[in-house]
Design a protein. Structure first.
Length: 401
């Protein structure tokens, strides 16, 4: 079994080994080990079933996979009992003693990256978080929230941080773009209630994750500022992630420097005088990027409606996670938002039309809304009809404040 595993690893790496790369000797031992561990997870999910955090126990850097009971480790420090840069497995079908399965260089040729993907959690919260941290001195960070039933790596790929729609790794990151934008991308994983284990989402008044996501995002924001020293920190989300952004704008306006929602309307509770949106005396900047032909929000021909109803089939797929599937119409929230920010009274006819996009901008650009009229709910559709990558639109907005 083990001999077969080693053989399969070697064959699978044929393309990698033949590709141009920096020599392994020029790569830090820890970075090399992380690349090997990432490779193991990517190619052999039956043994290493999901993304796990890096752990250390001299002389190993390793990860543990409770689903299979297996440890995968690399020797990163001198120790007479083990082979330097040796790859070892332990547990499960591999037995109770660390088993040498070859040198790191037998499997990969490490490359010098332009940054690192770091995966960790925040004390007191269950969410796994991927941090795309470029080398150099990034000046800003963006936290992205995925939509209902989504994953953090879905939105990392959609936003251009990860080159594949797979769990994030240093090797898969789009470092040239990330580094050129001097941005740290932060991608937390939403949670699900036990009754709907596939309904990974956020507690945004429309759905529930079973967690206090306001407290989580406040703690995450504090961690990012303290750890990376960025001068700007913004939050963006798609669909139910966008609805969570809306909640944060209304209930925690001092946590972030800018708020961006993509096809994620606010809960209709904020239209009720008894439960108003309250962003304080100096509301933070907000950008809304919405589709005008959204089959999930059923808003075609209803842009100015008071509320939008989530499609019944969407709700039925995770019914017990839904608290209220009737959401505030984005235009109605935009009018309230502009009034709270600077006393403006937006009118639909004021929108500037450019191709398929209608744009409203008020309060010196601090409040902005795009209706991409022919687009549907997915980020890819909004991006296609807007004619510009969503990440670029978001970065341009954040740069303005």
């Amino acid at each position: 079994m083990l001999r077969g595993l080693v053989c399969v690893w070697t064959i699978a790496l044929g393309v990698v080994l033949s590709a141009p790369s920096v020599r392994a000797q020029s790569v830090d031992a820890t970075d090399s080990a992380i690349q090997l561990l990432d490779f193991g997870e990517s190619r052999f999910p039956e043994y290493f079933p999901r993304r796990r955090s890096n752990l250390s126990f001299a002389p190993f850097l390793y990860r543990y996979y409770p689903e299979s009971g297996v440890y995968l480790g690399v020797v990163v420090a001198p120790d007479p009992a083990y082979i330097q840069q040796g790859v070892y497995v332990l547990g499960g079908l591999f037995g109770d003693t660390p088993m040498f399965v070859g040198l790191l260089s037998d499997y990969i040729t490490p490359v010098v990256s332009s940054g690192a993907v770091q995966t960790r959690t925040i004390a007191g919260f269950p969410n796994s978080i991927d941090f795309f941290v470029p080398d150099g001195s990034p000046t800003r960070a963006l936290i992205y929230l995925h939509g209902g039933a989504g994953t953090n790596y879905n939105i990392a790929n959609a936003m251009g941080y990860n080159t594949r729609n797979d769990p994030a790794t240093t090797a898969l990151a789009n470092w040239p773009w990330i580094k050129s934008n001097r941005v740290i991308g932060v991608f937390p994983q939403g949670q699900a209630i036990d009754a709907e284990p596939n309904a990974r989402t956020w507690s945004n008044h429309a759905m529930t994750s079973g967690q206090d996501d306001v407290a989580f995002l406040q703690a995450l924001a504090a961690h990012v500022r303290a750890t990376y020293g960025v001068t700007r920190l913004a939050i963006a989300g798609h669909s139910m992630g966008g609805a969570m952004v809306q909640r944060m704008w209304c209930e925690s306006p001092d946590t972030f420097d800018a708020y961006i929602s993509m096809a994620g309307p606010a809960s209709r509770r904020y239209l009720d005088a008894a439960t108003p949106c309250n962003p304080g005396t100096h509301p933070p900047p907000y950008l809304g990027l919405f589709a005008g032909s959204d089959s999930v929000l059923q808003n075609t021909g209803k842009w100015e409606a008071q509320t939008w109803q989530v499609a019944p089939l969407v709700v039925a797929g995770s019914a017990r996670a839904w608290l209220d599937s009737v959401l505030a119409g984005e235009w109605q929230m935009y009018r309230r938002r502009a009034a709270m920010t600077c006393g403006a009274d937006p009118q639909a006819a004021e929108g500037v039309v450019q191709g398929d996009v209608v744009t409203w901008s008020h309060c010196n650009g601090r409040v902005k809304l795009l209706n991409v009229r022919s687009a549907n709910h997915p980020m890819s559709s909004i991006e296609e009809y807007a004619g510009l990558p969503l990440a670029d639109l978001i970065n341009q907005f954040v740069d303005g404040y």
